[in-house]
Every structure is written in C-alpha cells, then in structure tokens.
Design a protein around this ligand. Structure first.
Ligand SMILES: [Zn+2]
Length: 288
C-alpha cells in the first residue's frame, strides 16, 4: 500500500531532491538539543527532520510531544522521525500513540526474508496512519548511543536485488549500506574509498525517483564527503554525533564550572552554531 496524502517528512525530502540539496535528520536526546536544532533551522530558514530513538521515547516519554509541538509551531518545514525502531510491538505502540511523521522500520537484525516480510506488514500499518517508512537494505555495521549493536552480524552491502525487494515491500525511504558504518570512522573521517559512492550512484539510478535515499553513519564526516554523498543522491542525512559532539565536549569541560542554567544556555548555543554550519554545508540553508 502506497502512502497517500500529505506527509511532512516526504515533502521535505521531495523538495530537497528537486532542489539538489541535502536535509539533515538530526538526533536529539533531550529538550536542550531539540531546542537548539529547531533554533538553527529557524535562523537558517532550513528544513530539518528531528529524529528520536525508541530508547529515548522510553527514557523521556514527553520528548516526542515536545518535538511534535516544535514541528507544528515552527515557521520552517520540520518533521518528526523515529530512528531505528527495531521492535515490532514498540513500532505498533509508537504509531498508535505518538504524533510522528515517519518511522525507520529496522528489521535488519532478521534474515532477509523475514526482514522483508515484517517490513512489508509494518509499512502498510504505518501508511494507514499517514506515516512514512524508512528501511535499511543490506546491513549497516556497528552501533550508536541508543540502538542495538549489530556486532557479530556481518555488514552486507545493498545489492540491486535488495533495492527492488525493499521498494516492493512498500517503503518510502531507503537507507543503503555502501560502506557507511554506525559509530566512529576516526578523526579524519572515512578512509579513502570506504564509502562506495559508485554504489550510491548506481542505487540512485536504479531507484529512479521511486523512493528517497537516507544516509546513515555520518560521524566524523568531513564537509567534502557529505557533499559527495548529496551529489550522488543521498537526500536525508542522518546525523547524531556530527552535531552533538560539541555539546558533549562543552558539558564535560564546563559542568563543574558553570551554574546549570548557564550550562544549558551556552550548551544550546554551541549545538545551534554547529547545526547552522552543517545546514550551509548540506545546502539546505535558505530553502525553507
Ligand atoms: Zn542509523
């Protein structure tokens, strides 16, 4: 079942596809980070997808409602996406109870046949509620703060067969595995050739506008790698530590020196500045 009707996440991504720029899909773990990301989008007149992990929904149950309120009240296009939802029952609870625009249905810890079958069923259930669906084809290696690690499961590059099978399962956004990893590449970013841009180009050509491409695993990306990903068809750039590391460093350095309210204020400024810088790099600034 194809998603019909308006969907904020897909509208943001389709505008970016037409305009040849990338849109960040940024993880927030708390209200300070959420607020700083939204402020950056407003200042830069940039679209933005706000991402929460399922674990965060359990840890801070009101954060999704705060994010949805931000989406509704912002003067720029925002949407609320749930990243790496790996539990079928939790996905059903999320789409039944939370005002989300899109969900990543991540069944990549199952074998391919079961992954596809579960993805297809859940995509239909999401679409019935007007919620868009992202899925990971192949398997992206590693883990990050908030999701199960795929350690022990080998990374699998996305094949042309995978692409068609996942599109047939009814998804709206495809997250390919092209050498990208969850976790850190090292301070210099991915090694030369580690991200297979030729594969990304081929996947984009094969997709031919049927779904949109999300790129996961962007920690330590230098600007030129991010731009190369966008030039080769990635339109939803999942970012986590890329924007939030400045907050981690700031808080660690200043927690014992500042009053809490000052720490919050200054910490939010640090994230906002970093987010604005990356909106310029991705080309989404001024597009709202
Ligand atoms: Zn991911």
């Amino acid at each position: 079942m194809v998603l019909t009707g308006k969907n904020r996440t897909l509208e943001i991504l389709d505008a970016a596809t037409k305009g040849n720029y990338g849109v960040m899909a940024a993880i927030a773990y708390n209200i300070e980070q959420l607020t700083a990301l939204v402020r950056a989008a407003e200042v830069k007149r940039s679209p933005l997808i706000i991402q929460l992990f399922p674990s965060t929904l359990k840890q801070l149950p009101t954060l999704a409602h705060a994010a949805a309120a931000a989406v509704k009240s912002a003067s720029v296009p925002l949407s609320l996406h749930i990243d790496h939802a790996q539990n079928v029952d939790h996905i059903r609870e999320i789409i039944a109870t939370l005002p989300v625009d899109s969900v990543m249905v991540d069944m990549s810890h199952y074998d391919e046949a079961e992954n596809l079958e579960k993805t297809k069923i859940l995509a239909k259930e999401c679409h019935e509620k007007g919620i868009a669906v992202e899925a990971e084809s192949g398997r992206i290696e590693g883990g990050e703060d908030g999701i199960a690690n795929t350690e022990g499961l080998e990374a699998l590059f996305t094949s042309p067969e995978d692409v068609d099978k996942f599109i047939a399962a009814g998804i709206d956004i495809l997250a390919p595995s092209i050498g990208n990893v969850h976790g850190d590449y090292g301070p210099a970013g991915p090694a030369p050739g580690q991200i297979h841009f030729d594969k990304l180009t081929a996947i984009n050509k094969q997709i031919d506008g049927r779904v949109r491409i999300a790129l996961h695993g962007t920690n330590d990306f230098p600007p030129e790698i991010m731009k190369q990903a966008i030039d080769n068809g990635a339109v939803k750039l999942n970012v986590n530590k890329l924007l939030l590391e400045v907050w981690n460093e700031f808080v660690q350095k200043n927690a014992s020196k500042m009053m809490l309210v000052q720490l919050i204020d200054e910490g939010m400024k640090v994230i906002q500045e970093e987010t604005e810088r990356w909106m310029d790099i991705c080309g989404s600034s001024g597009k709202a």
